[in-house]
Write a protein that binds this ligand. Structure first.
Ligand code: ADP
Ligand code: MG
Length: 373
């Protein structure tokens, strides 16, 4: 089922009498979520992710705009008639009910011609439990289970009615790191197996990047960029998006374009054909550095961290916006630590320049030097 968001806007009234505008939590959101895909809704805390999800499921009413499930306008439908499955950060299970009873709960409420027999309900609950691999725990109470298992119960409960749309709001935030990794892969598997159109909300870029077909990056109520994770990473529209994606994060410098050349400090690091003279912010991905004795970019070496396959070089530069610069180099390279300086050339397609004030990306055609990239 495709889901269409059309000029979706949600404004909350101001609690502060002086500020009449209130908060525009979601501002003119337009997007057609393709059928059967998993969309990662990504952005910092307070950017409007949960509000967007609540609008899609019907827990909140939009101030303006429409929501379509397939060809049906669901904007005015109550939650229970939208056919959505919901999973939240706190699993919200009924503590006095068993796993089986918790999963069956949404089925118990079916009325009239939809009413199911106990036998059918049990069967459906077991089927959903199998999908999340907790079918051996059906008689347990939530208090007798780990966080990861409880969240699986919550997912099974969301799936038991075979929802048309599955909505997950930071479902892994309460789990420890290892379980988070495992459960996110699990969610991806289930989503692929069932083919249910899914919106997955997270503030964790790594999580969103790893399991989404497409990501939507939000900032302060606005959608900033939508695309395949790799495309957004490779081609960010703004400094905000570039900084939000990637671990280690992108390195940011104060730079200047003069005569179609990019300078960081006094060093000319790249050609930027067609770009007018101006001060810019420069973003260089950690993998964009190439150790090169004749390289144009010199930094002061702080530390070399060997991490198996890769080496992380930590260095500093007076024009760096961050305390340290991180470059990731293959561990085949030998690093001369004696001089205290390290010289790099840059992979042009890993270097982005941004408008100094607005942070908007300034495009330039990158000429990849032979042997690099
Ligand atoms: P996120 O899930 O991305 O952290 P939210 O969607 O929860 O963000 O919130 C977006 C903005 O809307 C925030 O500024 C938040 O304070 C505000 N907000 C959310 N819910 C309400 C509400 N019920 N009343 C007033 N303001 C709200
Ligand atoms: Mg939220």
């Amino acid at each position: 089922m495709k889901v269409v968001l059309e000029h979706l806007t949600k404004q909350f009234p101001s609690l502060d009498k002086k500020n009449k505008t209130g908060v525009i939590a979601v501002n003119d959101f337009n997007f057609e979520i393709p059928d059967g895909k998993l969309i990662g809704l990504l952005g910092p805390s307070g950017c409007g992710k949960s509000t967007t999800l609540n609008l899609i499921c019907g827990l909140q009413k939009p101030t303006s705009g429409r929501i379509w499930f397939g060809e049906t306008d669901v904007t005015d439908l109550p939650v229970e008639n939208r056919g959505v499955g919901l999973v939240f950060q706190n699993y919200a299970l009924y503590p006095h009910l068993t796993v089986q009873q918790n999963i069956m709960f949404p089925l118990e409420n079916l009325k009239g011609k939809d009413k199911l027999s106990k036998e059918v309900m049990k069967e459906k609950a077991l089927e959903a439990a199998r999908l999340v691999q907790i079918d051996h725990l059906m008689d347990r109470k939530p208090s007798e289970m780990s966080g990861g298992q409880q969240q699986r119960v919550a997912i099974a409960r969301a799936l038991v009615k075979r929802p048309r749309v599955l909505l997950l709001d930071e479902p892994l935030s309460n789990l420890d790191a290892r379980l988070r990794l495992q459960t996110r892969e699990e969610i991806r598997r289930i989503q692929k197996e069932t083919g249910i159109t899914t919106v997955f909300v997270t503030h964790d870029q790594d999580e969103a990047m790893s399991i989404s077909d497409m990501i939507v990056v939000m900032e302060a109520g606005f959608v900033r960029q939508i695309g395949k994770p790799q495309d957004v990473y490779d081609d960010p529209v703004s400094l905000f998006v570039a900084k939000f994606l990637g671990t280690p994060p992108i390195n940011v410098f104060n730079g200047e374009v003069r005569h179609e050349k990019l300078y960081i400090g006094s060093e000319c690091v790249l050609e930027t054909p067609g770009v007018p003279d101006q001060e810019v912010s420069v973003g260089i991905r950690p993998e964009g550095f190439v150790l090169d004795e004749k390289g144009a970019f010199t930094t002061s070496l702080q530390a070399v961290e060997v991490m198996g396959r890769d080496v992380s070089i930590v260095s500093t530069h007076p024009q760096s916006a961050n305390v340290t610069i991180r470059s990731i180099i293959s561990s085949d390279h030998k690093i001369d630590t004696a001089s205290g300086k390290v010289r790099f050339s840059l992979k042009p397609h890993k270097v982005f320049i941004f408008h100094k004030e607005t942070g908007d990306r300034i495009p330039f055609t990158c000429h990849t030097e032979p042997g690099l990239a």
